[in-house]
Design a binder for this molecule. Structure first.
Ligand code: GAL
Length: 639
């Protein structure tokens, strides 16, 4: 498949007289896609029930006439003031009980029925008008669900919907749920927390001390389901009026809802990639690492999300819907990328299978919140630095062979429910499921391995030499059996199978692996400044479990405590959170069929069906296969 480029454009920000020239320049650059519309509700419907489509008709026509394909966004991330005035209860409420006000975006609670109706109405009107428009070649629902921490809302609407959701989880006679079953499942006998009725159940915020983790986890599951339902309502409408594929633009390290479940209703997964912003505000990396990669981004963060969203997209279809083009406005510090990085990020996305990469945004806005955010053009319409890099990618695409996505030799399971469980009960400051999985991912990549990320609904692991399933706090027996039957090496733990479906410690003790007596008999989390040395090299950081039973010990601490133990025919249980050295040792020792090569600092490799791509994230030259590759350099070799 030929990979394509696109851009995010806001016709409503610019005089209409400028649109045709903009469109011509986009086409001249070679762009295929232009995403528009996702924040323009007020322009589409200035007052309730009065639609003004004329400007959008003309914008789509102008872009389409220039040969561009339009991705049309539904505008539900930015309800206008009149919608909020009509439904004051739709505003989200934060965990401190404060209403989050009007004046930016994403100011809605997913559970508010009145707001959902407004969304259905505007999406229906759009779908009817543009569903068969030949220039509208794809749709985007809303914009970045959960961005700005907007999935968990503690509003009255959320509370009422949560009670109904719980009734359905614990069905009883008639319409009411079985409150005794909920009390038993959650262990509400503790601290006399038993409820008499579902209407006594509040939201898990503003309690005197910690809330029951079962309650907190159920609330996160509920909140995730609300996002799925909200998105599905839009998808159902769009599908009734249009055959164009539907996407949503997810984010980096936002895990507050189950992307696999949202993705199941969509055709394309896309995500918004801001490598420098993410390094500063969500990579969790230490100061030295942030300094070393301040102008390049973390060498694994983008790739991780590319692999994740390839799994979320139906049949592996995924895009980068927004690609950072220069300094952004929203991270603690906002440096400019090294020359060449925009090109590198683009090629890296293609190497991981992206169908399209769209830059955010066409022209830097001279007004409002994102004045400090670069675009392909400066506010005066002159070319900004990234423009030339996009032009270079276009030229390279023209002469390059197509990228053929191939199955990787390593699979890592990723589960949003496990992430929620760790968020509820990290057991140590700074410990997160995402962090644990990402550490394993990085260890694979430092060994030059390509990785597939797969959901916990996957049952066929036979293609993989190595399957990694760390931190899955709740595991079904069915999943354990499927992993145990895998042909390749399986590594699970720590905390795998540590909780039942309602957040209680099961017995027999975890991991309760099929046909193994291995048991986690005690767990401890550790201060960051108290790592434990592992015999033979590496350390255990953050988390260590005491393991009893099982088969051979394949890794232990210097003091002789087992860290990794055989717990089935092809499964190793790792009872600690290792550092990169420990993880890399386990990968190499346990899966010797893998072809590993230790990467030079900052270099990463990605294999496609026919080629290898090498990406130099380091700020200095590196030697790759006898060739000097400069910073931000990309090298392609055939397999
Ligand atoms: C994204 C968002 C865009 C824009 C961009 C700025 O998160 O979808 O609308 O705000 O960030 O970097």
């Amino acid at each position: 498949m030929k990979r394509t480029l696109g851009v995010c454009y806001y016709p409503e920000h610019w005089p209409e007289a400028q649109w045709a020239e903009d469109a011509a320049r986009m086409a001249d650059l070679g762009l295929t896609w232009v995403r528009i519309g996702e924040f323009a509700w007020k322009r589409m419907e200035p007052v309730e029930g009065t639609y003004e489509w004329g400007w959008l008709d003309r914008a789509i026509e102008t872009l389409g006439a220039a040969g561009l394909k339009v991705v049309l966004g539904t505008p539900t991330a930015t309800p206008p003031a009149w919608v909020v005035a009509k439904h004051p209860g739709m505003l989200p409420v934060d965990a401190e009980g404060r209403v989050r006000g009007y004046g930016s975006r994403r100011h809605y609670c997913f559970s508010h029925a009145g707001y959902l109706e407004e969304c259905r109405r505007i999406v229906t009107a759009m779908a009817k008008r543009y569903g068969r428009n030949g220039h509208v070649a794809a749709w985007q629902t809303d914009n970045e669900y959960s961005c700005h921490d907007t999935v968990l809302s503690y509003s009255d609407a959320a509370r009422d919907a949560f009670r109904d959701w719980l009734r359905a989880q614990f069905p009883g006679a008639g319409n009411d749920g079985d409150i005794a079953a909920l009390n038993a499942a959650w262990g509400n006998v503790f601290w006399s927390m038993d409820y008499d009725d579902f209407d006594q159940i509040g939201l898990p915020n503003l309690t005197v001390t910690e809330v029951n983790p079962a309650h907190a986890h159920a609330f996160r599951r509920f909140a995730s389901d609300q996002v799925v339902a909200f998105n599905r309502a839009q998808v159902d409408i769009l599908r009734a009026h249009s055959d164009a594929p539907i996407a949503h633009n997810y984010m980096g390290r936002i895990t507050d809802f189950d992307h696999f479940k949202v993705g199941a209703d969509l055709d394309i997964a896309s995500w918004d990639s801001y490598p420098l912003g993410f390094l500063e505000d969500r990579s969790g990396a230490g100061d030295a690492h942030q300094r070393a990669y301040a102008r390049q981004g973390d060498p694994d963060f983008q790739a991780f999300h590319h692999d994740l969203y390839r799994a979320v997209g139906r049949e592996g279809r995924w895009w980068v819907m927004e690609q950072q083009p220069g300094p952004v406005n929203w991270a603690p510090y906002n440096p400019a990328p090294l020359p060449g990085m925009v090109r590198l990020w683009t090629w890296e996305a293609f190497a991981h299978g992206a169908e399209a990469v769209c830059y955010f945004r066409w022209r830097q806005a001279p007004f409002a919140q994102e004045q400090m955010h670069a675009g392909l053009l400066r506010p005066d319409s002159a070319e900004a630095e990234a423009f030339g890099e996009a032009r270079q990618v276009m030229a390279e695409l023209a002469g390059a062979p197509d990228v053929e996505v191939a199955q990787a030799p390593v699979a890592i399971l990723f589960d949003y429910d496990a992430d929620a469980a760790w968020a509820v009960q990290p057991h140590g400051a700074g410990l997160s499921y995402f962090g644990l999985v990402f550490d394993w991912y990085r260890a694979c990549r430092k060994l030059g391995l390509s990785v597939d990320i797969v959901p916990v609904t996957c049952r066929d692991f036979d293609w993989y030499d190595l399957v990694l399933a760390p931190g899955l706090m709740h595991m079904t027996d069915d999943l354990k059996t499927a992993l145990e039957a895998a042909d390749g090496q399986v590594i699970v733990g720590p905390r795998s199978g540590a909780r039942d479906a309602h957040f209680c410690i099961p017995t027999p003790l975890p991991p309760a692996w099929p046909a193994s007596d291995l048991a986690v008999s005690r767990v401890q989390s550790m201060r960051p400044d108290m790592p434990l040395d592992v015999a033979g090299g590496g350390q255990v950081i953050g988390y260590l479990e005491q393991l009893e039973g099982g088969g051979d010990v394949v890794m232990s601490t210097e003091d002789g405590a087992p860290v990794a133990v055989r717990c089935g025919a092809g499964t190793i249980y790792v009872g600690g959170w290792g550092d990169d050295t420990a993880h890399m040792r386990l990968i190499r020792d346990l899966a010797p069929t893998l072809t590993t090569v230790e990467m030079p600092e900052g270099v990463r490799r990605r294999a496609t069906g026919t080629e290898q791509f090498w990406f130099n994230y380091a700020a200095h030259d590196v030697e790759i296969q006898g060739e000097i590759v400069p910073p931000a350099g990309v090298k392609r070799t055939s397999l």
